[in-house]
Ligand binder design. Structure first.
Ligand code: GDG
Length: 728
C-alpha cells in the first residue's frame, strides 16, 4: 500500500518568525489535534499551509521544508494576499455563512472566487510534486472543495477521499452560489465524499441530482465511467487523551485551584471559537433571563464563558466580539454584587490542561450553536467527566446532537427552551446524570477519532477497489480489441441495440430524442452488409420506430417485445396474441398520478401504458412512481399484467412479453457473433436470454447481467463506428 497524504488548509504545525528566528508550534483546532497521533502511526504526509506568509519565508524555504518533512509535513506556501482573498474572504465570507444557514451574511465576488480557485490549484501543484502511484489522498474541508477534481485531472487513477467538516446546506441555500456547479463537480472528483450526518449527505445528493443530473443509489453516484460514493462518518475525539488528562495530577491540581475560586458554586461552562454560528449571543440572552427568573441561584452559580479569538481579520467577527463584550457587561452589571459576578468571561485560548480542568469542574456544559457541522467541545466535555457527573445541554442544530440523544437538546432560538434546560440540568439527580453520561461515553469511546479516520480510510480503499473492478468491467482498449476482432472474423453477426439511453441520450421528452444524423448513417452502413443483422430493440411504440428506422434494412422490436418486424417485412407481427382491454381499468389510475405530479404524463402504446416523469421533480417523481407501483400491484396480478420500472418511467404491460424473448427470434445457428447493448433494466432480459458467448454491454455503471459496462451513448456510437471501420 502507498502512503496516506492528508491535505488540509492548515498544517498541524504552525511556523512563526519571532525576532528573526523561525519557530515551530503545534496548531490548535480539532482536526490537527485529533488526527496528529493517528497520522504519525501511518506512513503519512500532511500537506497544508504552515500559517506563515510566503514573504516571510524568503531565504528559509528549504529549511522550513526540511524541518516540516522531519515531522511528516509538507508545506504549501501562500502569500498574505492569497490568504486574505481565499481564506478571509471566499472561505469565511461566502462559504462559511452560506453553509451555516446565514445567507444574509454571504457575499459573492468573482475576484475572491478566482483566488479560491487559484489557492486550490496551488495545493494541487504541491500534491502533484509529492504524489506517487498507490498513495491515498484525503482532502479535508470547505477550503479545498475544488481539489479532488483538479487532482483527478492531473494524476493517473488516484484514490481520493474528501471530508466536509461543516454542514452541507439544503439545495435552496447551496443553489444561491454563483459557482455551485464548479464546487459540486470539484467534490465529485473524489472516490468517497464523507459528511458528519445523513442530513448533510442527503443535501449533497440532492444538489448533485439537481445540478449535475446524476441519480444516486445507496449512496453511490455513477457518473461517466466512475462511481462516487457518499457516506456518513460522525467525527470522534481523542477520547483516551481527554479521559486520561481528566485524571492527571496536573489537571487535579487545576481543579483544586478552580475550587478555591468557585467556593462551592455551581458552574455552567461554554467554550467556542468566536463565531456567529456558535449562538453565543443567544446563550447570553437566555442566561440573563435565567437569572431574572431564578433568584435562588444568585451568588451560587458561575457562568464561565471561554471565547477563543478567531478570524479576527473579518469585520463581522470584530462586530460580534463587541456585542459579546457589551452583553456580558450588561448582565454582570445588572445581576452582579460585590463578591459575585455571574459571568466569568475570557477572550483567549486556554492551555489544554486548563481546558480539561474546566470541563471537569463544570456542572453543566451549555453548547448552543445555531449551526455546527459536528461540535467537538460537547464530546470533549463528556469524555472528561470521568467522575460520572455533569450535564450536557446541546443545540439540536449541531451535528453532534444526532449522536448524543441523551443530552438535553434545545432549540437555540427558543429562549424559554434554554432556560428550562438550565433549570433541569441544575436540578438533575446524580444518578440520572450518571446514566445519561455512561451511554454517551460508551458511544464516544468506541467511535473515537482513530476509529473515525480508520473507518473513512477503509471505506475509501474499498470504494477505490470497486472502482478498479469497474475499470476491468469497463470496455477498455484490450477487450475492445478482442470484440472488434471477433466481429471481423465472424461470418454472420447479430447486433441487438436498444435505442433510448443507448444510441441516443435521454431528452426532456421522448419525442425530442430523435436519432442523430451520425446514428442514422451508422445504422444504415452497418445493416447494408448482408452478413450483419441489425435489430433495434426498444420499448417505444411502432409508429416512432417505423418513422425513424422503417426505411433501413434493420429488424425492429417495439413495446419491449410486444411487436416485431424483420428487415424484409412490411407488416408488424405480434410476439404472441395480446389483449388491451385492461387499459380501460388501468388508465384512470395512471392519469390520477400524472395529474398530481407536475411535468409527468401518460403515454399510450398498443399494449402498454406508461407513466413518464422525466421532467418532474425527481424526488416527487420517484415517490409517485413507488406509490403507483404499490397501488396497481394487486390489479396487475389479476389482469395478468406486469409493471416495469424503467428510467423515469413506470410501464404497465402484458406479462410474458419482454425484450429477451423477442430478441431470441433473431438468433439462429449460423450466427457466430452476437452483440447486445442496452442501458435500462428492461435490457437485462436481453442480456439474460442470450448465450454466454454473446457480447453483452450495459450503458452506465449500475449492476447488470451484462459482461461489460460502457460510459455513455456517445461511447456506444464510437464502438459501433469502430466495428464499421474494422469491416472496411
Ligand atoms: C469545525 C466545525 C466540527 C477550543 N477552545 C480551546 C480549544 N478548543 C478546541 C476544542 C475543540 C476545537 O478547538 C473546536 O472544535 P469544534 O468542533 O467545537 O468547532 P470548530 O472549530 O468550529 O470546528 C465543527 C469540527 O470542525 C470538526 O469536524 O465539529 O462543527 O465547525 O477540539 O477543544 N483548545 C484549547 N484551548 C481552547 O481555549 N486547548
Amino acid at each position: 500500500m502507498g502512503r496516506l497524504l492528508i491535505v488540509s488548509n492548515r498544517l498541524p504545525i504552525t511556523v512563526h518568525r519571532r525576532r528573526g528566528q523561525l519557530q515551530f508550534e503545534q496548531s490548535a483546532g480539532g482536526l490537527a489535534t485529533g488526527l496528529s497521533s493517528f497520522y504519525r502511526a501511518y506512513d503519512a504526509l500532511w500537506i497544508g499551509w504552515p500559517g506563515i506568509e510566503r514573504k516571510n519565508t524568503i531565504g528559509d524555504r528549504d529549511e522550513i521544508k526540511e524541518r516540516l518533512l522531519a515531522e511528516d509535513c509538507y508545506p504549501v506556501f501562500l502569500s498574505q494576499r492569497e490568504v486574505d482573498e481565499y481564506y478571509n474572504k471566499f472561505c469565511s465570507a461566502t462559504i462559511w455563512p452560506l453553509f451555516h444557514y446565514f445567507p444574509q451574511y454571504a457575499s459573492y465576488s468573482q475576484s475572491t472566487w478566482q483566488a479560491y480557485e487559484h489557492a486550490n490549484r496551488t495545493f494541487c501543484d504541491a500534491i502533484v510534486e509529492v504524489w506517487q502511484q498507490g498513495d491515498i489522498i484525503w482532502v479535508h474541508d470547505f477550503q479545498l472543495m475544488l481539489l479532488p477534481k483538479m487532482l483527478r485531472d492531473r494524476l493517473q487513477d488516484p484514490t481520493i477521499g474528501f471530508f466536509l467538516h461543516i454542514p452541507f446546506p439544503s439545495i435552496e441555500l447551496f443553489r444561491l452560489l454563483p459557482w455551485r456547479t464548479e464546487l459540486i463537480e470539484g467534490m465529485m472528483g473524489a472516490d468517497l465524499v464523507g459528511f458528519h450526518t445523513w442530513d448533510y449527505a442527503g443535501h449533497f445528493l440532492a444538489s448533485v441530482r439537481f445540478l449535475l443530473g446524476h441519480e444516486s443509489w445507496m449512496g453511490r453516484i455513477p457518473a461517466g465511467d466512475r462511481v462516487t460514493r457518499v457516506d456518513v462518518f460522525p467525527m470522534g475525539i481523542d477520547y483516551a487523551r481527554f479521559a486520561a488528562a481528566a485524571n492527571s495530577p496536573e489537571v487535579e491540581k487545576e481543579v483544586d485551584e478552580l475550587e478555591r475560586t468557585f467556593v462551592g458554586r455551581r458552574v455552567v461552562l461554554s467554550v467556542d471559537r468566536l463565531d456567529y454560528t456558535k449562538g453565543i449571543l443567544q446563550r447570553l440572552e437566555a442566561f440573563g433571563l435565567f437569572l431574572d427568573r431564578n433568584l435562588q441561584y444568585h451568588k451560587k452559580l458561575k457562568f464561565v464563558l471561554v471565547v477563543v479569538p478567531s478570524r479576527t481579520m473579518v469585520a463581522r467577527y470584530a462586530l460580534l466580539k463587541r456585542q459579546i463584550d457589551e452583553l456580558v457587561g450588561a448582565i454582570n452589571g445588572k445581576h452582579g454584587v460585590v463578591g459575585w459576578t455571574p459571568i466569568t468571561y475570557t477572550y483567549r485560548s486556554v492551555p489544554f490542561p486548563s481546558l480539561v480542568a474546566l470541563y471537569r469542574r463544570a456542572d453543566v456544559a451549555l453548547v448552543t450553536p445555531l449551526r455546527d457541522g459536528m461540535n467537538l467541545v460537547a464530546k470533549e466535555y463528556l469524555a472528561s467527566r470521568t467522575d460520572g457527573r455533569g450535564v450536557l445541554i446541546l443545540s439540536e442544530t449541531a451535528g453532534a446532537a444526532k449522536e448524543l440523544g441523551e443530552a438535553l437538546t434545545i432549540n437555540v432560538n427558543n429562549e424559554e427552551d434554554i432556560v428550562a434546560a438550565l433549570e433541569d440540568a441544575l436540578a438533575m439527580s446524580d444518578a440520572e446524570q450518571g446514566e445519561r453520561l455512561r451511554v454517551m461515553q460508551r458511544r464516544l469511546r468506541r467511535y473515537d477519532v482513530r476509529r473515525w479516520a480508520q473507518d473513512f480510510l477503509d471505506t475509501l480503499t474499498a470504494t477505490s477497489e470497486s472502482q478498479e473492478e469497474l475499470r476491468t468491467r469497463t470496455l477498455g482498449t484490450h477487450v475492445r480489441r478482442r470484440l472488434v476482432k471477433s466481429f471481423q472474423q465472424a461470418n454472420r453477426r447479430l447486433l441487438l441495440l436498444d435505442y433510448d439511453g443507448t444510441l441516443a441520450p435521454f431528452a426532456s421528452s421522448p419525442s425530442k430524442a430523435v436519432p442523430s444524423q451520425e446514428v442514422m448513417e451508422l445504422l444504415s452502413e452497418l445493416s447494408s452488409d448482408a452478413g450483419t443483422d441489425v435489430v433495434i430493440v426498444s420499448g417505444r411504440d411502432r409508429a416512432s420506430l417505423d418513422g425513424w428506422f422503417g426505411h433501413l434494412p434493420v429488424g425492429i422490436v417495439a413495446e419491449h417485445g410486444a411487436w416485431l418486424k424483420s428487415k424484409e417485412a412490411v407488416e408488424w407481427e405480434m410476439l404472441e396474441p395480446l389483449t388491451s382491454e385492461w387499459k380501460e381499468e388501468v388508465r384512470p389510475i395512471l392519469e390520477l398520478y400524472a395529474d398530481r405530479t407536475p411535468g409527468s404524463f401518460v403515454e399510450e402504446k398498443d399494449f402498454s401504458l406508461v407513466f413518464q416523469y422525466r421532467r418532474s421533480d425527481s424526488r416527487l417523481g420517484e415517490l409517485r412512481a413507488r406509490e403507483l407501483v404499490s397501488h396497481i400491484e394487486g390489479l396487475t396480478t389479476n389482469l395478468n399484467l406486469q409493471v416495469l420500472e424503467g428510467s423515469k418511467v413506470v410501464e404497465v404491460k402484458n406479462s410474458g412479453v419482454n425484450k429477451g424473448r423477442a430478441a431470441l427470434r433473431w438468433l439462429s445457428e449460423d450466427i457466430d457473433f452476437v452483440l447486445a447493448v442496452g442501458d435500462d433494466w428492461t435490457d437485462e432480459d436481453t442480456f439474460k436470454a442470450l448465450p454466454e458467448t454473446a457480447w453483452t454491454i450495459k450503458v452506465g455503471f449500475s449492476s447488470t447481467a451484462a459482461h461489460y459496462n460502457i460510459g455513455s451513448p456517445g461511447k456506444v456510437v464510437a464502438l459501433l463506428m469502430e466495428l464499421l471501420q474494422a469491416d472496411e
